[in-house]
Design a binder for this molecule. Structure first.
Ligand SMILES: [Zn+2]
Length: 76
């Protein structure tokens, strides 16, 4: 497997656990999506990590960064 084929999972900025589907497994067999479920956790201060699906595909976990934090209370 090359790096280009490695699925990337984007997580919300404050997520610490995730449940995703392995895109490689889904491509192989769309009807077996339950078997492609990958669960994992990531530290709140970690920006990236990895997870391995039940069939051994490695997924890259990337945390979406908050580039433009909003401060609604400051708008007045
Ligand atoms: Zn997989």
């Amino acid at each position: 497997m090359t790096l280009l084929e490695q699925p990337v999972v984007l997580l919300p900025a404050r997520a610490t656990t995730f449940t995703v589907l392995c895109s490689i497994c889904i491509q192989d067999d769309p009807e077996e999506f339950l078997a492609a479920t990958v669960t994992g956790s990531i530290r709140l201060d970690a920006t990236h990590g990895s997870a391995v699906c039940p069939r051994g595909h490695e997924l890259r976990i990337e945390r979406a960064l908050e580039h433009s934090p909003r401060h609604p209370s400051c708008s007045s």
